[in-house]
Write a protein that binds this ligand. Sequence first.
Ligand code: HEM
Length: 207
Amino acid sequence: MAEEKIYLYPIWLRVWHGVNAILIMLLIATGISMQYANPDYPLIRFDWAVSIHNISGIIMAINYVIFLPSNLATKNRRYYIDGLKNIVPRMMRMIKYYLTEQPKKLPSPFPVTKENKFNPLQAMTYSVVMVFFLPVVITTGLALLFPETIVKEVFGYSGIFLTALLHSAIGFLISIFLIIHIYVCTTGKKITDNFKGIITGYHHIHK
Ligand code: HEM
């Protein structure tokens, strides 16, 4: 089978992604442990979970500061901007593909090229996660680290309680994203293709 490879993930993106992936997994594990564990039998010792969560959160926030300007300064931003054009009908087309055509192993209507690395669903979810979920979870996390910065009361509810609620809700949505993200990444021509891509930088196309 003939194979072509295209360079889609520059080194800064791979470093950002790898660091972010490890930190988010630590944040989810320690976050769930703090939220649900019985303090007498914690999943992860409570004081360790707090320290790991705080340190990982701070590094993740610094790492995000690398992601945003690097995207704005390089042509990687084009994949997001172009990927969001005419988004609703293109997303519908992609959903139809996943439901009816991909199980029959038909080719994607939005194949990966040097110009378009994201299909419309990827462009949409990556944009929402990176431009909305991450900034909100980082801001609320930093606010909870310095609770004196949070307003005392909003409509009779404690400001700290509402900030914690928003922080956990977005953390929960990021966890759901991660499960779907990893599953979708396994649906390349070979199960390992996309994972190799984000490590080596090269996306492989089998012809
Ligand atoms: C174990 C954890 C993870 C694995 C195995 C993984 C895997 C991958 C793979 C294989 C790709 C390349 C395929 C593609 O372009 O869709 C990718 C891209 C991407 N991932 Fe992940 N990922 C993980 C965690 C995360 C997390 C936690 C986030 C964000 C919160 C994230 C955000 C992204 C974004 C934005 C891209 C596209 C980057 C670009 O090309 O501009 N990933 N991931």
